[in-house]
Write a protein of this length. Structure first.
Length: 408
């Protein structure tokens, strides 16, 4: 039996306040009368009361979705279900119930936690992809409401003994990373987050002032060219994840060429994938290799759009206080350390990276602009040293990132 450690109620309440009174509302917190959908797994039950209290204090209405261990936030997927159900049963989802959530709620908070990091190990990955594809209508509905400026969301991590063990840490060490990363050791963590967002806004403004045509990522194990595309802007500092130190954009997937090795493991669908290397030509993944569980990525990229990139991201080591591998993408994609990190996501793009009004763009126009569309979005991370050089519209070249930080 793994020993259990839970931070004090004071720390948990600070955590809840950061999520409700800051992260939601794109860094402004919720407004009086708004409804917040709280997705709380059984393993993070200790966060339930602090979150409800914070919503009530802010004048909002909490709507609680408390799920048994092993159940996902879409209502039913667990190992037994995926092992026993046929494809039709896996693809069934109560559309009116799920779309009702989107219609009725202004904000979503999802706590990430589990008592079994490898719950789905051994499950046929094809079945998992059937489910991922089936849920796309729900994702699309949420994205559409978000693009209208009427919905925000945030993700946060609750550390369990199993998660800490997977990362090679004690639970107390694991929680110390969460506390430091989210500034919960500060007297006023919300004020600290506001300061971080101000710094990120400054860097974003500099990036967005450059007429970038392409980005070249070069290091010992990466030689990758990314076409930015027309009408793009850099994002970050929106409160969509806590913590969030990355600055990212959704490039024109058709202009991705080269190869990249990812030294960080990927936890996906209850499986650990290690040593991933991808090769791209004209936007398509042409070759996948991995030291462990390559079949997971191979199956994933068979899903429509999952063999193309939807995101390119850089994290400045000066922002992030995360120094340990956490075995969870939310934290690992924001790690600082010696060289910061960069990651790409295979799958769906962020349409709010468009400089115009995304609510006015038709599906055919998104396709013309090179925004990738997919039922999946999988972040894969490297913490190895790299230099990122931008080629500008006038042909000039400018290094924008070196030694783990942005340079201007």
């Amino acid at each position: 039996m793994l020993s259990m450690y839970v931070p004090s109620q004071k720390i948990l309440k600070k955590y809840a306040d950061v999520l409700i009174k800051f992260a939601l509302g794109s860094g402004k917190g919720i407004k009086k009368g708004e409804t917040v959908f709280l997705q709380i797994p059984e393993s993070s039950k200790a966060m339930l009361n602090p979150l409800v209290e914070s919503v009530l204090e802010a004048g909002g209405n909490p709507l609680i979705h408390y799920t048994p261990e092993g159940t996902d936030r879409w209502l039913s997927v667990d190992k037994v279900f995926l092992q026993k159900a046929n494809d039709a049963q896996i693809a069934y989802l109560p559309k009116n119930i799920l779309l009702g959530r989107v219609f009725d709620c202004d904000h979503f908070v999802s706590m990430i936690s589990t008592n079994n990091m490898q719950e789905l190990k051994g499950v046929d990955s094809k079945k998992i992809m059937v489910r991922q594809t089936a849920i796309k209508f729900y994702k699309d509905a949420r994205d559409a409401k978000e693009n209208k400026g009427k919905l925000t969301w945030t993700l946060a991590l609750f550390g369990t003994p199993a998660m800490a063990q997977e990362a090679g840490l004690t639970q107390r060490q694991y929680w110390n990373q969460i506390i430091k990363a989210c500034f919960l050791d500060e007297a006023n963590p919300i004020k600290k987050w506001q300061n971080i967002f101000t710094q990120q806004t400054s860097v974003k403004a500099k990036l967005n002032s450059l007429a970038i045509e392409t980005l070249h990522v070069k290091g010992d194990n990466v030689d990758l060219t990314i076409k930015l595309g027309m009408g793009r802007k850099w994002l970050g500092g929106s409160g969509r994840n806590i913590p969030s130190f990355e600055l990212f954009t959704s490039p024109d997937y058709r202009g991705t060429n080269g190869s990249v090795y990812f030294n960080q493991p990927l936890y996906r669908y209850g499986n650990l994938v290690e040593g991933i290397k991808l090769e791209f030509k004209n936007g398509q993944v042409t070759k996948v290799t991995a030291k462990k569980n390559a079949r997971i990525v191979e199956e994933m990229i068979k899903v429509k759009g999952a063999n193309q990139i939807g995101e390119f991201s850089l994290t400045d080591k000066r922002f992030s206080r995360i120094t340990k591998f956490m075995a969870e993408t939310l934290f690992d994609e924001n790690i600082g350390g010696t060289f910061g990190n960069f990651h790409i996501a295979l799958g769906s793009a962020y349409k709010d990276a468009y400089t115009g009004n995304p609510d006015k763009v038709t599906p055919s126009q998104w396709q013309k602009l090179g925004y990738n569309d997919s039922a999946v979005h999988t972040d894969i991370i490297s913490t190895e040293d790299r230099v990122v050089t931008a080629t500008l519209a006038d042909g000039a070249k400018k290094v924008i990132y070196k030694n783990g930080q942005f340079v201007f």
